[in-house]
Design a protein around this ligand. Structure first.
Ligand code: BES
Ligand code: MN
Ligand code: ZN
Length: 493
């Protein structure tokens, strides 16, 4: 296991703080902040000169390195925040870049000038540093001792009042740990992360934060008539799992928020098999479930006084002699019959029974996250998740939380007319629509199984990056851990 970065608060002066790397974040067009004047003096006016010459302009993702003066910081890095309009998000991003850079360069520890920041900004900086320095190296042999670089074990934040900012850092660390957990699960290959892994992880979280964990296996699901979920699971020898975690820290009478995640540990497509090219990427098809666990970990650490339940449907979509076939008609736990036209539209089958199962909790709101459709990636790319639901105010509430968490989401319509596209000639509904509106018809299918205020987040394009980005390596992004936590936290008040 990788050591995580521990974050602490200090009230020291930037120019006299002994640190291998001091990071200063500056917005577009910002002049030298007052608290860096003494550092500038120590550096013989280098900071002022670089700003006057416009060598550094504070643009998003811009960085400029300076060598220290012999005393105080060993080196200094200026990192751009970009437009002051999005200062909090810009700070989060700058901190992420800095954390990643510090981790790669092996400085071991890092100091960030956070004087003058609000508590919300300090929290996002704490999230960013952990997010940026996080790596997934569980499956790699470590390099020989003399070639190893020091991991980023410590990050000091220089603030004006350490007491005031302590809660902000604590919250940031909680969210950062939630992301780390979700990203680790998301990167784990299908032979390492199985439905049992989700059970073990849920139990660990449950024990740590006093949440009740309930697990249904194939037998229990058969008893509950979960023919949709089981149709997907009938091609794999692994035992499918429906897992719930109950964080009941709010008033007894308060209806819970339920967070639901699609947990396909591998999606081969089944009999409607996917092309071989990049099929390995389909290990990521459990990122919704991973985000639910990450969010529950963060919510537990935050000790939010609210009732929240996490629910995960986990299995593997495989081919075999027993696998579900195109044309098969199955009966969901709700009683609805489903014609399985395409076995690769499996996520909605799993979620149908999970969404029905959670009715027993009388949810006040349900948010599900699923890597559900390639069509959503076509519509929104990897920039925004798709958000659809049966309650526009709730959709906007989730979209607002997503923006605050730097995980943009955008609403797609779910007009009644779309339900027509999934009518079947042989059963109540079929599991795919026509050629058009694939992300919407998938949501329309889910809508058949909900009777509570509900939002669906299609994270197919946002939960995983196939490109190495400035802020993160190839792999799981943790989205929508931040959205889940922010949504719940805002409701907790
Ligand atoms: N897990 C996939 C969605 C997916 C596909 C995410 C490609 C990212 C990239 C899902 O189970 C799936 O296969 N969906 C099908 C639905 C289709 C058969 C209607 C898809 O999007 O191709
Ligand atoms: Mn599929
Ligand atoms: Zn899938």
């Amino acid at each position: 296991m990788l050591m995580s970065t521990s974050i602490s608060l200090h009230t020291g002066r930037p120019e006299s703080f002994k640190t291998p790397l001091l990071a200063c974040f500056l917005g577009t067009g910002e002049s030298l902040p007052a608290n860096l004047k003494d550092l500038d003096k120590l550096l013989g006016g280098a900071l002022k000169r670089t700003l006057t010459r416009r060598d550094f302009r504070g643009a998003r993702d811009e960085t400029l390195h300076l060598v220290g003066a012999g005393s105080g910081p060993g080196r200094i890095v200026l990192v751009g925040i970009g437009s002051p309009k999005y200062r909090t998000a810009g700070l989060r991003r700058a901190a992420t870049l800095t954390g990643r850079m510090a981790q790669k360069s092996g400085v071991g520890s890092l100091t960030i000038v956070a004087n003058g920041m609000s508590a919300e900004e300090v929290e996002q900086v704490a999230v960013g540093v952990q997010f940026g320095s996080w790596e997934y190296a569980d499956l790699k042999t470590p390099p020989p001792e003399n070639e190893r670089r020091d991991p980023l074990t410590a990050c000091d934040l220089l603030v004006d009042d350490a007491k005031v900012m302590a809660a902000a850092v604590k919250a940031g660390v909680a969210i950062g740990e939630g992301y780390a957990l979700a990203r680790r699960l998301g990167n784990m290959p299908g032979n390492v992360c199985t439905p049992d892994t989700f059970v073990e992880t849920a139990k660990t979280i449950g024990t740590a934060h006093k949440m009740r964990v309930t697990v249904l296996g194939r037998k229990e699901m058969e008893r509950q008539g979960m023919g949709a979920f089981l149709a997907v699971a009938q091609g794999t020898p692994q035992d499918p799992k429906l897992i719930t975690l109950e964080h009941l820290k709010g008033p007894k009478s308060q209806k819970p928020i339920v967070l639901v995640g699609k947990g396909l540990c591998f999606d081969s497509g089944g009999i409607s098999i996917k092309p071989a090219d990049r099929m390995e990427f389909m290990k990521f098809d459990m990122c919704g479930a991973a985000a639910v666990l990450g969010a529950m970990e963060a919510i537990g650490r935050l000790g939010l006084r609210i009732n929240v339940i996490g629910a995960i449907g986990s299995t593997t979509n495989m081919l075999s002699g027993t696998a579900v076939k195109p044309g098969d008609v199955v009966t969901a736990a709700s009683g609805k019959t489903i014609e399985v036209i395409n076995t690769d539209a499996e996520g909605r089958l799993v979620l149908a029974d999970v969404l029905h199962y959670i009715k027993q909790f009388s949810p006040s709101a349900v948010v599900d996250a699923a890597t559900l459709t390639g069509a959503c990636v076509v519509a929104l790319g990897s920039v925004a998740s798709g958000a659809l639901g049966n309650d526009d105010a709730l959709v906007q509430e989730v979209v607002t939380a997503a923006r605050a968490a730097s995980e943009p989401a955008w609403q797609l319509p779910l007009f009644d007319e779309y339900q027509e596209l999934i009518r079947s000639s042989f059963a109540d509904i079929k599991n795919i629509g026509g050629r058009g509106a694939g992300a919407i018809t998938a949501a329309a299918f889910l809508k058949e199984f909900v009777d509570y205020p509900w939002v669906h987040l299609d994270v197919a394009g946002t939960a995983y990056t196939e490109a190495d980005l400035p802020t993160m390596p190839v792999g799981s992004t943790g989205t929508p851990v931040g959205t889940f936590v922010e949504f719940v936290r805002r409701r907790a008040g």
